[in-house]
Ligand binder design. Structure first.
Ligand code: PEP
Ligand code: MG
Length: 599
């Protein structure tokens, strides 16, 4: 690319006239279009003291604003159903739940009553105090749920002030530029065929990112101040693959990105052409490729990318942004809807993995000194307080099992004792359903996530009592190498290709094979095309990943033999450092796939 680089403040650099900003690439792809800036600047919150006899009026105004906000969300939901079925529904429903959340409502009313301030001020203070709680959470995914509180607070505030809560309606092919987008906004945006989304706020797990990925709209989030850099109608290039946004690009930059966009689209199309072909090596070993999914809306895109089903459904989303707990019926209906969207393909539900750094509703999670090693996941499920939640989920999932192929897997199992405890709860749930006369699949398969060295090293024993394994490499790396997966100071030690990891993966694969049960891998490693051959060479025959990675992983498999994969795995397991292993793999894959962009 030509032009003179001139660094300015962090993250921004200019090539004469054009402005470049880096954020988080939230949804891949390149788009070029005119900006449509969503004006969601903070509205000024008036502060006023009220007299004791005005208190009731203020409370009534506040309650009316909640009612109006509720009605508006209901209308958006109806519009969505009319247009595209029940997708996005639960996000809007979560917003409705937040609207009526006890803490939000009672705390605002208390402030009006005790501090004698107007409704707007009381609401603002309450929203801030709730957000502070969210700010303290380390997990990105859950921390970003504070934006839900913001959206809801903003809606109530606008209704209190009588300010228009305008819907976002960009012209076709616009690049939507916003401080942040509410799930309601994003849900409507894809219908308007926007070219791309860019936001100041958010991370890779924000709603904007999830929905953009689900609808394959290129998106860059976390740009800090893109809304103050871009004006309406400015020409904008969005490179969602690399997290880059270019405002008012020079003609040669546009030409460069247009060419790259065309090239990438052609490669994507070519890869997608393998969608209905089996993930099979040249010499006939069939590998199964599944998708990791967080919300039901992602399923259609996953199937379009060739997912044979869902290998990991993270159910934490169901517990998020609410104070109450999902009931058995809610789990049942959700499970049923997932299976319906999958149309006969397999769904693997992981029971909730809350706790530690993943925030759940009040009473389910605790503040701990060392959360990664604390009361999280299956450990919560087996406590007296967690057990009823676990049972509600298990009964709901069991009931859903009559609607399609469904497997259940337990996260964070440390060994056979815990597996037996969890299975005993499952048996109680089955007994209760039987006594109620509720149908379920009595042979529903039960799997164990292998995420701790203790589980990997006792895989032979676990294999005798489980129907399948799924290796959660994200946590397995964390616990094997003793590095906090959310701590950037030790991220350089996070090495999937550490010899200890390769040994454990092989141990688990061999234990599964000996017991005749399938072994899957569902951590981020599974979706890295660079690692496909070594993983399969170590004996893994099911991979579950971000669905967009499926076509490229499949293309690697279809161009290789299992012998080649085993040879590279054997060579790698004799090397003593992650660097040497990585060099070996990179050299091999560069020779074998010289034209690929992922090496
Ligand atoms: C893992 O640990 O690899 C995994 C898939 O689970 P999560 O990332 O949700 O902890
Ligand atoms: Mg995990």
């Amino acid at each position: 690319m030509t032009g003179k680089r001139r660094p300015s403040d962090s993250g921004v650099f200019q090539i004469v006239g054009e402005i470049r900003k880096r954020g988080a690439g939230a949804s891949p792809g390149i788009a070029i279009g005119r900006a449509y800036v969503v004006d969601r600047r903070r509205i000024k919150t008036p502060k006023r003291h009220v007299t004791p006899d005005e208190v009731d009026v203020e409370i009534a105004r506040f309650r009316a604003a909640i009612g109006e906000s509720d009605a508006q969300l209901e209308r958006i939901k109806e519009k969505l159903v009319a247009k595209e079925g029940e997708d996005h529904f639960h996000i809007l429903e979560a917003h409705q739940l937040i609207l009526h959340d006890e803490h939000l409502v009672d705390e605002t009313v208390r402030r009006i009553r005790e501090e004698h301030v107007n409704a707007e001020w009381a609401l603002r203070r309450t929203v801030e105090s709730i957000k502070e709680i969210f700010d303290a959470i380390e997990d990105d995914y859950f921390r970003e749920r504070r934006s839900d509180i913001d959206f809801v607070g903003d809606r109530i505030m606008r209704n209190l002030l009588g300010v228009d809560v305008a819907t976002v309606s960009p012209p076709p092919d616009a690049v939507v530029v916003a401080h942040d987008l509410s799930p309601g906004d994003t849900a409507q945006l894809h219908r308007a065929a926007v070219a791309a989304l860019v936001t100041d706020a958010g991370g890779k797990t924000s709603h904007t990112a999830i929905i953009a990925r689900a609808h394959e709209i290129p998106a860059v989030v976390g740009l800090d101040d893109i809304t103050s850099v871009v004006g309406n109608n400015d020409l904008v290039i969005v490179d969602g693959t690399n997290g880059l946004v270019i405002v008012n690009p020079e003609p040669q930059t546009v030409a460069h990105f247009r060419a790259r966009g065309r090239r990438e689209a052609a490669i994507g199309e070519a890869l997608l052409a393998n969608r209905d072909l089996p993930a099979e090596t040249i010499d006939g070993l069939r590998i199964h490729l599944y998708a990791n999914i967080d919300i039901v809306e992602e399923i259609a895109g996953a199937v379009d990318h060739g997912a044979e089903g869902v290998g990991l459904f993270r159910t934490e989303f169901l517990y998020m942004g609410r104070q109450d707990l999902p009931s058995e019926d809610e789990h049942y209906l959700y499970g049923k809807s997932v299976l319906e969207h999958l149309g006969g393909r397999l769904a693997t539900f992981r029971t909730f993995d809350l706790g530690g750094d993943k925030m759940g509703p009040a009473g389910t999670t605790f503040s701990e000194q060392n959360p990664a090693l604390g009361l999280r996941s299956i450990r919560i499920c087996l406590t007296p307080t967690g057990r009823p939640l676990f049972q509600a989920q298990l009964r709901g999932l069991l009931r859903a099992s009559v609607h399609g192929p469904l497997r259940i897997m337990f996260p964070m199992i440390s060994g056979v004792g815990e597996l037996r405890d969890a299975k005993a709860v499952l048996e109680e749930c089955k007994a209760e359903l039987r006594s109620r006369g509720e149908p379920f699949d009595p042979a529903v398969k039960i799997g164990v996530m292998i995420e701790m060295p203790s589980a990997a090293l006792t895989a032979d024993q676990l294999a005798r009592e489980a129907d399948f394994f799924s290796i959660g490499t994200n946590d397995l790396i964390q616990y094997t190498l003793a590095i906090d997966r959310v701590n950037e100071h030790v991220s350089y030690l996070y090495r999937p290709l550490h010899p200890a990891m390769l040994r454990m993966i092989r141990t688990v694969a061999e234990a599964g094979k000996a017991a005749g049960i399938p072994v899957s891998m569902c951590g981020e490693m599974a979706g890295e095309p660079l690692l496909t051959l070594i993983i399969v060479g170590l004996g893994i025959e099911e991979l579950s990943m971000n669905a967009v990675a499926i076509p490229v992983v499949k293309s690697v498999l279809r161009a290789s033999t299992i012998d080649e994969a085993r040879q590279i795995a054997d060579l790698a397991t004799h090397l003593p450092t992650p660097d040497e292993i990585e060099d070996l793999i990179r050299d091999h894959m560069t020779k074998r796939f010289p034209d690929s962009s992922w090496k």
